[in-house]
Design a protein around this ligand. Sequence first.
Ligand SMILES: *Cc1c(COP(=O)(O)O)cnc(C)c1O
Length: 351
Amino acid sequence: MAHNPPRIDLFSDTKTRPSMEMRKAMCAAEVGDEQADEDPTTISLCEIVADLLGHEKALFLPSGTMCNQIALAVHCNPGDEIIADETSHIFNFEVGGASAIAGAMIRPIEGKNGIFAASQVEDALRPPLRHSPKSRVVVVEQTSNLGGGSVWTLEMLNSIKDIARNSDLIVHMDGARLMNAVVASGISAKDYASCTDTAWIDLSKGLGCPIGGVLTGTRAFIEEAWFWKQRLGGAMRQSGMMAAAGIFALKNNVSRLAEDHENAQVFVERLSQIDGIELKSENIETNIIFFTVNTLNINAVQLSSSLLDQGIRINVTGENSVRAVTHMDVDRKSVIEAADAIGQILVRNTS
Ligand SMILES: *Cc1c(COP(=O)(O)O)cnc(C)c1O
């Protein structure tokens, strides 16, 4: 079967491809052996991200998943408990890694759009009894992916931090889309990360890099994280070519995330006028939109395949539910075209 990529790909912001300028920066990167701390571009990227998040040190890793897994492995002993939202990436999409790698278990709690209150963390804390697991880490996901790109406010994060400080809990931020939150709210990454002990950003989502995440924390934490990076096979060699893409993205692709957020608004406004489409939330804060196909005439799979016939891809997340994500490879015109195509398919199937 011929490979025929969709013209308009709203499946995920992971579908972004490195631009020619980014590829040139990658080509020109100075490189060395990363495992021996000899790759100058990787070292630079780590310094830039540590500074951006206001943490002492940073570690370049092949993926965001590895950032989460290594952080949890450093923080937890086997048998410990991790408090996280029931919609969180670590609970749903990391193949049970917390238990397989850290030997810890996850205590899922029910937030609203992926965001929970400090009081819920307090309620989930285990008593210090001989037969209870130890509550060790609380994970916040900024922005919340399954929550529809919702943004944790600084107030909520601060209240989580306060509870954590009083209860000997570590705060870890899954900041896959932290920069989306920064651009949407005007609050700095440093301010958000000041509520955490460890955090990371993904380079391969809306920032448009082909690979990579950068994990941050104290010097001692990053030293421990290095052992896990090596152990899991995440220690690389001339990784500067990939780190160069990250440096390029942090310079050039952050403020433009605002366009993705505007395009998400345009998409949502159009969708809200279509009979048979129900938005999970009208209040889209960043670039992720969930909606349901609310008619007996067509389901999400059928909608998706009709769209694909026109070269438009969305992400079917359930029998009637769909996710769409805006990003740099989908411009305003394409977002409008996608929304209009959805409208036409629904009209065709209901009349
Ligand atoms: C994508 C994502 C991850 C994992 O990142 P990868 O780079 O794909 O491994 C983790 N958390 C959230 C919230 C994500 O959206």
